[in-house]
Write a protein that binds this ligand. Structure first.
Ligand code: ADP
Length: 486
């Protein structure tokens, strides 16, 4: 089966969050199940650079893809899986982040940048690539998030080629929906019939995620709990009605982690690799972390945070609990960036506790690995969390997750309640609600458990031995594709 995976980011070429980890890992996860997955990405400077510039093989040319010249370039991802790059300089060849300029303002032409990505995907799936004069289509298009969500809409409203290509859309985060003013509809080359309640129209404008959700043959999201949660207004963010209506087509499939990248025994970012059999080697990682964050040396627990600094991640509550965290004997090492006001509050909080709290406002992949290896517990107080990856990395690295009981966090961490401790299967700490009391109580529980080395080590080892590989989830996706194309 040939599947075209369409997304706006993929590791290691371009990443702003967990979406990139998942898109980068999927081809490898699907290959053992008979699925050949090709990834289509926008031609951002970093992606073109990885292809060796614009000299790559040209597979197709558009004189005007939604009004702008574009070419389709062929390449491979570093792990050898096929890559297609949409080289449209007017849309993607610019400095800044994938969705925003250097000042953090959304690019004004995002509607065009990502409608073009969807249109190109539909053209490709319909056979735009010719090999010895024969169109090379795909059996299925797998679109990720709003940036790729127009692909299923173009497949639905502008059918190309003989065979109907099926489509799946995965919601990695319902909070980002890609809404644009109604005027853009006239410029995205969809028939007037698409401007409908069950089409692309959403609150009087163009809703890209909504378009994908109403057009795709199947909808997936990245954990079973989040698949249930988005049926309610608290989590569906306006799209809950559509999710309920399409209930039979909605599936929750947990993300896995890429063991080539996240494995403490072979992690090249670590000075002292280790496994669950050599846990004592984590001590060196802890000392290194203390040095890197200017923390006092000590045996008490180091909490880490590796996160976007946003309301979703509960980062507004964190400054409030710093006194309690330090008062309980904990220390904190935080790496993140995001809302300026939250960054400020955390920096101010840290200034009050030199040697106890270290803050790095930055995005640093290598440091994030060293933190998982040197920290004792990773704090994740998310208000909602479609899947979450940092708790999985924490589990794999023996950095015990302390998580809000929501979405994928609820599905992947076994709370150290008395029953789980008695059964010897606990892997972390869960708490209900994201507020001062809940977070402070969870920190207290963590410190108390950490003070009992045997129990703590058991919790660490349980996590490290858990299977969060892509094996089961790769099969779940392959089974879904098979059902849709049967
Ligand atoms: P989300 O995609 O909502 O941000 P996830 O937990 O699914 O949350 O994925 C976040 C990914 O981004 C993880 O791989 C995490 O390690 C990484 N990450 C987040 N913030 C930083 C940072 N400041 N530096 C390095 N990596 C980060």
């Amino acid at each position: 089966m040939k599947v075209l995976s369409v997304a706006s980011e993929a590791v290691p070429l371009v990443k702003t969050g967990g979406l990139a980890d998942v898109v980068g890992a999927l081809p490898g996860a699907l290959a053992p199940h008979g699925v050949e997955m090709t990834t289509l990405l926008p031609g951002y400077p970093s992606v073109l650079a990885a292809l060796g510039g614009r000299r790559a093989k040209v597979l197709h040319t558009w004189d005007a893809l939604l009004g702008t010249p574009a070419r389709l370039l062929a390449g491979t991802l570093p792990d050898g899986h096929p890559l297609l790059v949409l080289d449209a300089p007017a849309l993607y060849a610019r400095e800044g982040a994938p969705y925003t300029d250097a000042a953090g303002i959304d690019w004004a032409d995002n509607w065009q940048r990502f409608a073009a990505l969807g249109k190109a995907a539909a053209d490709i799936a319909g056979g735009a690539i010719l090999k010895r004069g024969k169109p090379q289509g795909f059996d299925l298009v797998h679109a990720h998030d709003w940036q790729a969500a127009m692909a299923p809409a173009y497949l639905r409203y502008v059918p190309l080629g003989a065979a109907r290509c099926r489509s799946v859309i995965t919601i990695h985060n319902m909070a980002f929906q890609g809404w644009f003013a109604p005027e853009v509809f006239d410029r995205i080359e969809l028939p007037q019939s698409a401007w409908a309640l069950d089409g692309v129209e959403y609150h009087g404008g163009l809703g890209m995620l909504k378009a994908g959700l109403s057009s795709a043959d199947a909808i997936t999201t990245v954990s079973p709990t989040y698949a249930r949660e988005i049926r309610s207004s608290a989590f569906g963010m306006g799209l809950e009605g559509l999710i309920v209506e399409r209930g039979a087509a909605v599936h929750g499939i947990l993300n896995g982690i890429d063991a080539n990248v996240w494995n403490p025994a072979s992690d090249t970012a670590l000075a002292a690799p280790y496994s669950h059999r050599t846990l004592e080697k984590r001590r060196a990682g802890k000392r290194a972390l203390e040095a890197e964050f200017g923390l006092d040396e000590g045996d008490g627990p180091i909490f880490i945070v590796v996160s976007r600094l946003t309301w979703q991640k509960g980062m507004d509550v964190l400054p409030e609990v710093l006194d309690h965290l330090v008062g309980s004997g904990g220390r904190l090492a935080l790496l993140g960036s995001g809302d300026a006001a939250l960054e400020r509050a955390l920096i101010d909080g840290a200034a009050r506790y030199p040697g106890r709290i270290g803050i790095r406002i930055d995005y640093d992949e290598g440091l994030s690995h060293r933190m998982q290896a040197g920290g004792d517990a990773i704090l994740i107080p998310s208000r909602f969390e479609p899947c979450g990856l940092t708790q999985l990395y924490g589990l794999a690295y023996g950095c015990v997750p302390v998580v809000a009981r929501t979405g994928g966090l609820a599905d992947t961490v076994i709370d150290a309640n008395p029953a789980a401790l008695a059964a010897g299967c606990a892997t972390g700490i869960q708490f209900d609600g994201v507020n001062y009391d809940a977070l402070a109580a969870a920190i207290t529980r963590t410190v108390q458990l950490h003070a009992q080395p045997e129990i703590w080590e058991r919790i660490q080892k349980n996590g490290m031995k858990s299977d969060f590989s892509w094996e089961a989830s790769g099969k779940a996706y392959a089974d879904l594709y098979a059902t849709l194309t049967a």
